[in-house]
Design a protein. Structure first.
Length: 440
């Protein structure tokens, strides 16, 4: 029997493997990194705003419990704690079903390229893998669950979706980074000027980290850049957020702005990044220029890597690059006053039968994803692969509300406009549930 390929040994990939085993199917987890949750390890210093009970999958827990493992029940772990206390033990329990240093570089149907219809669904998938020793491998599998995430594909600073002029050069010079700084990183900029570009939870986390340094070193300057003309829901739902730590994240950032510790720049759409005397100057499309900075943290979201899926028949939304059937649910251009509904196998299906994208990658470019959503996705997808359509169609998840209504506001609305973030705005917006990495 061909195995089911799971791409990525992150939270959703490992959970998918646990569900497959529980259903009597044979998982093969292909992880490009050297260890489980290698992407999480890159933001190991960040504390999640989801509590422990929302960060473990039910089937994974059932797999671990016979080993004497006990599910953590209280607190908000850092990425490192998530790995040490749950993800690494889960990967160990899966054993050689997880292969490391196995980068998926292509997926297709055996003997059929993208254009061929005849007998297509009867053929196994063929997964092309680049191993850590540079050898190539071709693996036949019955189905594919792509849980590869978006972490290694950060969006650039450029407001047109492309890197700003000079951005790549500044990144190579170590002046531009796409990761949330740790306290140790931030301490290097005491008494200096730092720019944060982005409006999501990752940006808020970075700002709050830098504020702690600024409070100790008053000469530290922090500029926070938003592309939109209004703050909108940048500061989140405060006490109305059903995830309290997520609410506090925005509340702290708002207080830092109101106290003057952070300079907020709205409607600033980066066009150019120049290097002057070893520092970085960010220039907007309308000619505005920020003071020279010692570091620029670009936290403008992530996007899916579709490069290895060129021979897979996909049905993706043209704007978000998410499955077309769920795009309206997660589209930040649309309006919602509640939580994004749970998504299952029917929502995640593509024209290529037996292929599913789950986890953060299933939301494409949308900046809203919770671990809970991914666990429900893999439960439903694996039930479908096992032939249990009743379980696949069942919804076993209720997502927490953000306490925010009206999304991030009309894109070009000025800061003092009543339309910014209003429920009644002519151009409605979608609430945010959280972004990678802090939303997991």
């Amino acid at each position: 029997m061909h195995p089911v390929a799971v791409i990525g040994a992150g939270p959703q990939g490992l959970a998918a493997a646990a569900h497959l085993l529980e259903r009597g199917l044979n998982p093969l987890v292909l992880e490009a990194g050297p260890s489980a949750a290698s992407a999480v390890a890159e933001w190991s210093h960040v504390r999640l705003f989801s509590p422990w009970p929302e960060l473990t999958d039910a089937a994974a827990c059932r797999l671990l419990e016979p080993t004497g493992w006990t599910a953590p029940t209280r607190g908000y772990p850092t990425g490192a704690q998530w790995i040490d206390e749950y993800l690494a033990p889960l990967a160990d329990q899966l054993g050689d079903r997880v292969r490391y240093g196995a980068r998926v570089v292509g997926i297709g149907r055996k003997g059929r390229d993208l254009s061929v219809d005849g007998g297509r669904a009867d053929q196994p998938f063929v997964v092309h893998v680049q191993r850590a020793d540079d050898e190539e491998e071709r693996i036949e599998v019955s189905a594919v669950i792509d849980a590869s995430g978006t972490w290694r594909n950060p969006s650039p600073a450029g407001a047109d979706g492309l890197a700003a002029v000079g951005e790549k050069k500044a990144h190579e010079a170590g002046l531009v980074d796409y990761r949330i700084p740790s306290m140790q990183d931030a301490a290097e900029f005491a008494g200096k000027h730092v720019v944060v570009i982005g409006s999501g939870h990752s940006a808020s986390t970075a700002v709050n980290t830098l504020v702690r340094i600024a409070q100790r070193e008053p000469g530290t300057r922090i500029s926070w850049v938003l592309r939109r003309g209004a703050v909108g829901n940048t500061f989140g739902g405060d006490t109305a957020d059903e995830l309290p730590e997520r609410g506090l994240l925005g509340q702290r950032a708002k207080e830092a702005v109101e106290s003057g510790v952070v300079d907020l720049h709205t409607g600033f759409r980066a066009e150019r990044v120049s290097i002057e005397d070893g520092r970085t100057v960010v220039i907007s499309e309308d000619g505005r220029q920020l003071p020279a900075a010692d570091k620029v943290f670009v936290l403008t979201g992530f996007r899916p890597d579709l490069s290895f899926l060129s021979e897979v028949r996909l049905d993706l939304d043209v704007r978000l690059q998410a499955p077309a059937s769920i795009a309206a649910e997660v589209d930040p251009n649309l309006h919602s006053c509640g939580s994004v509904r749970a998504t299952g196998a029917a929502d995640l299906a593509h024209p290529e039968h037996g292929f599913y994208i789950v986890g953060a990658k299933s939301y494409g470019r949308a900046p809203t994803f919770l671990a809970l959503t991914g666990f429900e996705q893999v439960r439903s997808v694996v039930a479908e692969l096992a032939g249990d359509r009743e379980a696949a169609a069942r919804v076993e998840l209720s997502l927490p509300d953000t306490g925010v209504c009206g999304g991030s506001g009309v894109f070009d609305a000025p800061e003092d406009s009543d339309r910014a973030g209003s429920c009644c705005a002519p151009a409605p917006q979608l609430i945010q549930l959280g972004t990678a990495p802090v939303a997991r």
